[in-house]
Design a protein around this ligand. Structure first.
Ligand code: FES
Ligand SMILES: [Fe+2]
Length: 356
C-alpha cells in the first residue's frame, strides 16, 4: 500500500469508525484526528477583508475576516457549482463572495445575494465554529459534529511585552506538545534542566503540571496547562531575575502525521516595567525578540524527536513518569475510540493507560 493510499483511507469522511491501528507511515502509527479547539492562523495574519486557505485535519478550510473585524471559518466549496472560495473569493462588508458567479454568503453562512439581481438560492456554506483566543484564530473540531463543551480561556498578559510568535510545519503527532508538558525526564535529559521535579493536576478537559528546576543554575518554575490537545498555556517564572514569560502554544493537525506548531511568548521584567513607557517600550521590543529566540532554540530540541518518533500506545514507563501516565489516560478522551495495539490485543498487563 502506498503512502498516498494510506492518507486517503484516513480522511474523516471516509472512515467507518475509529481505527487507531490501521495504518503506518514510515513505520509510525497514524492516529485519528483529535477532537477539540485547534489554531488555524495567528489573528494578526488575517487582516480585515483577508481570505486565506489553511490545511486542517486532512482537509482545507477557508478563513476570512469581515470588514467589521470578525473572523470566520468555512469549508471551501461553494454550494452552487463548487468553486473554491479560497481561490479568488472576496470579502464584501460582512459577506464572503464566490469568485465564480458572485453568490454572497452572510456571516450566518446563508446565501444573501446573487449576481444580476437574481433571487439568491436557498444555499449555505458549511461553517466551522471559529473564535479568537490569545492571538490565534481557533476552530472547533469534533469527529461526530458535537458542539464544544469547553472553551480556551484568555491568558492574562497585562503588563507584559507584546507577544512574539513563530510557526513551524512538523511531522508526527500534535499531542507531542501537550505530552511534553508532562514528560518530566525529558526536561533534564533533552533540555538541560537540573534538579527537576513535577506535580500535576487533572480536570475534565484541562490538565496542569508544575515544573521546578534549574537552567544553568538559575531556578525556574513553569506552570503548564493543556486545554485539550490544541492549546497549552505556559507560565514561566524566574523569580531571582524578576522575569515572567507567558507562552501560548497551539499544535494543529493538518494531515495524517503532519501538524503545524504555532506559539507566542510575552515577557514581563519587573525592572523594565518600573521604567517610564518611553523607555520600557523599546526595551521590551528588544527583550521579547531575544527571549522568543531563546525559547525557539530550547523548544527546537524537541523537533527532530517529535518529527520522527513513533506513538507507543503501551509505553514501558519509568518511575518518574507519573504525570506522563496520567496524561496518556486524560488525553484518550480527545481521540475518537480508545486506541488499541497493532494486533488488537491489550499489552502491558492489560492496561492501555498505564500507571507509573
Ligand atoms: S460556484 Fe460559487 S457562485 Fe457559482
Ligand atoms: Fe520539550
Amino acid at each position: 500500500m502506498t503512502n498516498a493510499a494510506v492518507v486517503r483511507d484516513l480522511r474523516p469522511a471516509e472512515r467507518s469508525g475509529p481505527r487507531a491501528s490501521d495504518a503506518l507511515i514510515r513505520g509510525r502509527r497514524v492516529l485519528p484526528f483529535p477532537d477539540g479547539w485547534f489554531g488555524v492562523c495567528f489573528g494578526h495574519e488575517l487582516k480585515r477583508g483577508d481570505v486565506r486557505t489553511v490545511p486542517f485535519m486532512g482537509q482545507e478550510l477557508v478563513v476570512y475576516r469581515t470588514h467589521a473585524g470578525e473572523a470566520f471559518a468555512v469549508e471551501p466549496f461553494c454550494p452552487h457549482l463548487g468553486a473554491h472560495l479560497g481561490h479568488g473569493g472576496k470579502v464584501d462588508g460582512d459577506n464572503l463572495v464566490c469568485p465564480f458567479h458572485g453568490l454572497a454568503f452572510a456571516p450566518d453562512s446563508t446565501c444573501v445575494r446573487a449576481c444580476g439581481g437574481q433571487k439568491p438560492p436557498h444555499a449555505t456554506l458549511t461553517r466551522r465554529l471559529a473564535q479568537e483566543r490569545n492571538g490565534m484564530v481557533v476552530v472547533w473540531h469534533h469527529h461526530a459534529g458535537q458542539a464544544p463543551e469547553w472553551e480556551i480561556p484568555d491568558a492574562d498578559t497585562q503588563g507584559f511585552s507584546k507577544p512574539r510568535g513563530s510557526s513551524f510545519d512538523l511531522e508526527g503527532y500534535p499531542h507531542d506538545v501537550t505530552e511534553n508538558s508532562f514528560d518530566l525526564a525529558h526536561f533534564a535529559w533533552l533540555h538541560g534542566f537540573t534538579d527537576v521535579a513535577m506535580h500535576h493536576e487533572t480536570g475534565p478537559q484541562w490538565m496542569e503540571s508544575h515544573l521546578t528546576g534549574r537552567w544553568h543554575g538559575v531556578e525556574i518554575k513553569i506552570r503548564l496547562i493543556a486545554h485539550g490537545l490544541g492549546y497549552v498555556l505556559g507560565e514561566s517564572d524566574v523569580a531571582s531575575l524578576g522575569v515572567k514569560v507567558t507562552t501560548c502554544a497551539f499544535p494543529t493537525p493538518t494531515a495524517p502525521l503532519k501538524w503545524t506548531f504555532r506559539w507566542t511568548d510575552a515577557v514581563r521584567v519587573a525592572r523594565v516595567s518600573a521604567l517610564p513607557a518611553a523607555l520600557s517600550r523599546p526595551l521590551y521590543a528588544l527583550i521579547i525578540k531575544l527571549a522568543h529566540k531563546w525559547f525557539v532554540h530550547v523548544v527546537a530540541a524537541d523537533f527532530p524527536i517529535w518529527s520522527n518518533r513513533r506513538h507507543v500506545e503501551y509505553p514501558k514507563l519509568m518511575t518518574g513518569d507519573a504525570a506522563l501516565a496520567a496524561f496518556r489516560r486524560w488525553s484518550a478522551q480527545f481521540y475518537p475510540g480508545a486506541p488499541v495495539s497493532d494486533n488488537g490485543l491489550q499489552e502491558n498487563g492489560g492496561d492501555p493507560w498505564p500507571r507509573a
